[in-house]
Design a protein around this ligand. Structure first.
Ligand code: PGA
Length: 268
């Protein structure tokens, strides 16, 4: 038994990689059949167009539905946006907010992420996966603690202690994310268990200072950035790492299932 007193969560972030409903439904169906354990939480986040059908496909199984983003208004004249109501209506139980791809490509500031987090908590009671993480340049400049603390403080402004029950932090160092657009000049590699543990400890300390130790002990902090079958067990063996947010390796059962199994095996 390595630990794990907190919730353990493995999420699949499909990004813009599964673009048709048919493909999303087939993959989700296959994945839902391969998850047997109740001991951890597993979700997938397909594109918006597939949410409804994937939601119906996995309903009643152990695989849960997540969205990759949402708007901070409930409704109104906001062309191209999607509201929290639509996500809940489609069956989402989780929403990923503040992903570094949203922050970098779509100019989402901590203030914008904060408005989304508050709306998700207020309206849907959704499990809100808040992504934070420094770039390679920020790490080189010795700013890991500053950047992650700043993102936490900015994105969680006015979130109450009670609402923290629905918050999951995803530490995703930008330099580790398997995305050449995010990292044109960086050799992409996963964080080591030590690097991730250090950053998770920084995040947990911030939560403790802000909300108290009891809440800090409960908030799951998961790791994202090139997690795959070959490194999942090592990363997840850290008592500070409560799961993973998986991009590339969540696209097929072949690569996603071993990560889920690694997480389950560490509970024994
Ligand atoms: P990756 O993506 O696993 O492909 O690095 C993780 C993420 O961006 O959530």
């Amino acid at each position: 038994m390595v630990k794990k007193s907190r919730r353990v969560i493995i999420g699949g972030n499909w990004k813009l990689n599964v673009t048709t409903v048919n493909k999303a439904v087939n993959t989700a169906n296959e994945m839902s059949k391969s998850i047997r354990s109740n001991k951890i939480e597993v979700f997938i986040a397909p594109s918006f167009n597939s949410l409804w059908n994937v939601g119906k496909t996995i309903y009643g199984t152990k695989l849960k539905l997540a969205a990759q983003n949402m708007h901070y208004h409930e409704s109104g004249p906001f062309t191209g946006e999607i509201s929290v109501d639509s996500l809940v209506d489609a069956g989402c139980q989780y929403v990923i907010l503040g992903h570094s791809e949203r922050r970098q490509f779509f100019k989402e500031t901590n203030e914008i992420v904060n408005l989304k987090v508050l709306k998700a908590l207020e309206c849907g009671g959704l499990n809100t996966v808040l992504c934070i993480g420094e770039t390679a340049k920020e790490r080189e400049a010795g700013k890991v603690a500053d950047i992650n603390r700043e993102q936490l403080a900015g994105s969680l402004k006015e979130v109450t202690a009670e609402q923290m029950e629905n918050i999951i932090i995803a530490y995703e160092p930008v330099w580790a994310i398997g995305n050449k657009f995010l990292n044109p000049d960086v050799e992409i590699k996963p964080a080591t268990e030590e690097q991730a543990t250090e950053a998770h400890t920084i995040a947990r300390d911030w939560i403790s200072e802000t909300y108290g130790e009891e809440i800090a002990d409960k908030v799951p902090i998961i790791y994202g950035g090139s997690m795959k079958p070959s490194n999942a067990e090592e990363l997840l063996s850290s008592p500070q790492i409560d799961g993973g947010l998986i991009g590339g390796a969540s696209l097929t059962v072949k690569t996603f299932k071993p990560i889920i199994e690694a997480a389950i095996s560490l509970l024994k």
